[in-house]
Design a protein around this ligand. Structure first.
Ligand code: F6P
Length: 511
């Protein structure tokens, strides 16, 4: 069903046309506690009337039934004819849908491998312990694992150093390999398809680097592992079956950090840490599945977004973590949200006629306050922002208190603004923000946070009636790059548009 045909969409349009700036005193407290996270949506422009209409819209669009269909493993990714069952990866084994049963056994193997590397019983071919892991993967095979490791690794958590290589720019691999001892290095090649250009080329270069230094191809078995659905391609690359951990087509790349793709987190934290991460995600799922829409955090955040983007003209969504260790959260959420809900056709293929997801961007506080917050306070474009705070943060306490004081001050300024006789100093306010508070940055709270956003994306996809689980739009650029690569190497006739032809000529004559 097209959302704009529902009675509630029409009701919301009327409410939006009547709504001026909500006075701060009109805002009723709207807070929810879920899976250990505390959320304050009071600063959203959600009057009780608007909220009631949004909840009714969710009902009209079939959200409660869609939630069950997701967890039950129904085929909800219609364009690829498959379920989206990442929730099964963090579910208790006895509640896993049949199709996902194999995942529990694979998880045990991944955790055993991580413990063996951490404990030194997995050794390189010459008997040396592994000190460095080079993780090669891109997109969903990179962003979640790197976010998790960078957020949770601490000096006392031990484990090998982990280097992430995603970009095909040789500088990425070169920087990661600089100074590494091949005898002590383990390569983890992560690619659901095992055909992604960047990962394939980086993995081949890594193998070359390794063999040039270690000589013996038999050593690959102790220094390369792979995570993929494409077991044949991994084998063709030279990685023995015993070193290949499966992925499944029912887990989308950007939803895969819970699968063997999350192996860097297991390497960084060990078995217990990874299990706690899964438990955090599971707790959020239980909240999502078991809570009425009115008190359901993913649902409320999704509905606040729909109100902002579709009725209040909000054109972008900022993600503002006030936690240094969460600095990669905006990058991760950009893929999760924009690859999922950057769509312009409905499930049945017809064109959408309302806006879907706007651009998501962000960066860590407080740094952003001294860079782009000027535009947020006084620019002409409207935006919405999520502030992510940690109650018990890194010491010293004075730093942490200043950090949180700044986060609260920024969202307060965005809400209240400030009058001034001097127009250059005036701040308008009235900007919708949500504040999420993690009790502390732990595996469980990060798991809950990631699962929260996954389910926000899901709810918005249901309301827009789009497929949040495919990403066909990325294919065109991949296809176009192939002939351009040939032409940059001077190997075939130029047949591009004028601009591209000119740039190819410029680049090839500069070589
Ligand atoms: O190009 C987009 C994409 O397909 C993402 O959806 C995916 O996470 C990424 O590339 C990496 O894909 P793979 O894991 O198959 O290498």
């Amino acid at each position: 069903m097209k959302p704009e045909t529902t009675s509630q969409w029409k009701a919301l349009s009327v409410l939006a046309s009547k709504q001026g700036d909500t006075e701060p005193e009109q805002l009723k407290p709207l807070t929810v506690d879920a899976a250990g996270l505390h959320a304050d949506l009071t600063k959203q422009q959600l009057t009780p009337e608007v909220l009631a209409a949004l909840i009714a819209l969710a009902g009209e669009m079939g959200l409660p039934e869609a939630i069950e269909a997701q967890f039950d493993g129904a085929v909800i990714n219609h364009s690829e004819d498959r379920p989206a069952l990442h929730t099964a990866l963090r579910a208790p084994p006895d509640q896993m849908p049949e199709v996902a049963r194999e995942a529990a056994g694979v998880l045990q193997k991944v955790l055993e491998l991580a413990e063996a590397v951490r404990g030194g019983s997995w050794r390189g071919a010459t008997g040396a312990a592994i000190t460095d892991v080079v993780h090669i993967g891109i997109g969903g095979s990179h962003l979640g694992p790197e976010l998790a490791v960078e957020s949770l690794r601490q000096p006392h958590t031990g484990g090998p150093r982990i280097h992430f290589v995603a970009n095909i720019d040789g500088a990425a691999l070169g920087d990661a390999l600089a100074g590494l001892n091949p005898e002590r290095t383990l390569f983890v090649i992560v690619s659901k398809s095992f055909s992604t250009l960047e990962t394939r080329v980086n993995a081949e270069s890594a193998r070359r680097w390794f063999l040039e230094r270690n000589g013996d191809a038999a050593f690959i078995a102790r220094h390369f592992i792979a995570i993929s659905t494409n077991l044949q391609a991994a084998a063709a690359f030279g990685i023995p079956d015993t070193n290949v951990y499966p992925m499944w087509d029912w887990v989308g790349g950007r939803y895969s950090v819970w699968s063997p793709v999350g192996i860097p987190l297991a390497l960084a934290l060990g078995r217990q840490g990874f299990l706690e991460f899964l438990a955090g995600g599971r707790a959020m799922d239980e909240h999502f599945r078991g809570t009425a829409l009115e008190q359901n955090l993913p649902v409320l955040m999704a509905l606040a977004g729909i109100w902002n983007y579709n009725f209040l003209g909000v054109t972008n969504q900022a993600i503002l973590p006030y936690a240094e260790r969460l600095r990669l959260l905006p990058d991760f959420l950009q893929q999760l949200i924009m690859e999922s809900n950057g769509k312009s056709v409905h499930q049945d293929g017809s064109d959408v006629s309302v806006h879907t997801m706007p651009v998501v961007w962000g960066g860590r506080g407080t740094n952003g306050q001294h860079a782009y917050h000027q535009l947020l306070h006084q620019g002409t474009r409207s935006f919405a922002a999520d502030f992510i705070l940690v109650a018990e943060g890194a010491p010293p306490a004075e730093h942490h208190r200043w950090l949180n004081a700044n986060a609260l001050a920024q969202s307060q300024a965005m809400l209240l603004g400030a009058g001034d006789e001097n127009p250059h100093r005036r701040v308008r306010g009235g900007k919708p923000t949500t504040t999420l508070v993690l009790p502390a940055l732990t595996p469980a709270s990060l798991g809950a946070l990631i699962a929260l956003y996954e389910q926000v994306v899901f709810c918005q996809g249901v309301i827009w009636d789009i497929n949040s689980f495919d990403q066909w739009g990325v294919e065109l650029g991949k296809r176009l790059a192939i002939p351009i690569f040939e032409q940059l190497g001077g190997r075939s006739a130029l047949s591009q548009d004028g601009s591209t032809r000119g740039l190819i000529e410029y680049l090839t004559t500069k070589d």
